[in-house]
Design a protein around this ligand. Structure first.
Ligand code: 11C
Length: 336
């Protein structure tokens, strides 16, 4: 059995990866409809060796597809998701627009695939933020074993999280500075080349950024436990693909680092580097693949219930496109 599939935002960074990963994973696509705004429509994308024309989302007949992957921005999802859902298309939305609505499942398949049972509420499923997804995959086995009371996390997030313009800015600034020229900042609030920026997304009333609060709201929803305390500092680093996270947790009952490693080694979606010196990095391990890589697992010398770990993953793949497609894989296997 195969499915007719729309990718909205097909010319964007995540959309392009979605089309590539649908092919790589052998997702049963009957007909692919790449969609974009009228400005980007008319071009082509390559799928299974063939050029497919990008159509204008404004005039698309959503009853033609059973599945829609949306990654064209929150306002675009707000406009088209209800229309698509009404026409019978199940929307898997990669934007933050619907994530916090109680009747919309927010899903990381390795963690809470059971939440998909409610997908017919609205015919919309939300894909979490990239920095939350990799943290959830890494923490789920520990949470199941001993319970997590508090998470303190610092992120080291790549520029691809900000899309193509942000990647271009890092490349251009790097080249300009190495050639003794001025580095203009447009996509970021500060110079990103040879620098780190402790701001991702806008500042909120509590002085956290929205990126940091997404990690709080989404963790509690995905783990189904609003008592879990999350404290995040999100930082942009001059890396093209892959987010790193230094995660420090306090568990409800203590867990020895070796026992934690044993759990992580068996858990789905995780590649564990058990030897401390064999730690994973964005470039050497995460970039270009679909796993969550965990290393530096050790007990916290400052807290009896503390455990630390370093987690990296490709934010465009597992953090966005791959996770959306894995949601669809579970959906067609178990529900459609
Ligand atoms: C970043 N995490 O790295 C953001 C990108 O809510 O889906 C993804 C934003 C989102 O800039």
């Amino acid at each position: 059995r195969s499915f007719d599939v729309a990718v909205l935002g097909a010319t964007g960074l995540v959309g392009q990866h979605m089309i590539e990963i649908l092919e790589q994973r052998g997702f049963p696509v009957n007909k692919l409809y790449p969609l974009a705004s009228s400005r980007s429509a008319g071009g082509t994308v390559t799928f299974k060796g063939e050029e497919v024309t990008v159509l204008d989302a404004d005039t698309f007949d959503w009853s033609l597809v059973q599945l829609g992957f949306f990654s064209a921005g929150g306002s675009v999802s707000e406009k088209f998701a209800p229309i698509a859902a009404e026409a019978g298309c199940v929307v898997i939305d990669n934007t933050s627009h619907y994530r916090y609505e109680p009747d919309i499942p927010l899903v990381v398949p390795e963690v809470n695939a059971h939440a998909l049972a409610d997908f017919r509420n609205r015919n919309i499923i939300a894909n979490p933020n990239c920095s939350t997804i990799q943290m959830m995959v890494a923490l789920k086995p520990i949470h199941d074993a001993v319970g997590i009371d508090r998470i303190n996390v610092c992120t080291y997030q790549s520029v691809s999280g900000g899309g193509k313009e942000s990647m271009d800015e890092l490349a251009k600034q790097t080249a300009a500075l190495l050639n003794g020229q001025e580095a203009k900042s447009e996509a970021f609030s500060r110079q990103i080349a040879f620098n780190v920026i402790p701001q991702i997304d806008v500042f909120l009333d509590n002085d956290y950024t929205k990126e940091e609060m997404k990690m709080v709201w989404e963790t509690q929803k995905i783990l189904g436990d609003e008592s879990i305390r999350v404290n995040a500092t999100a930082v942009r680093v001059p890396v093209f693909y892959g987010h790193g996270e230094a995660i420090h947790i306090e568990t409800r009952t203590p867990i020895d680092a070796q026992d934690a490693k044993n759990l992580l080694a068996e858990a789905p979606g995780i590649v564990l580097k058990a030897d401390p010196a064999d730690f994973p990095t964005q470039v050497s391990d995460a970039s270009g693949n679909d796993d969550v890589h965990v290393g530096r697992v050790r007990n916290d010398i400052s807290h009896p219930n503390g455990l630390n770990m370093w987690v990296v993953s490709d934010n465009v793949r597992k953090g966005a496109a791959t996770n959306s497609i894995q949601i669809a894989e579970v959906l067609i296997r178990d529900y459609m």
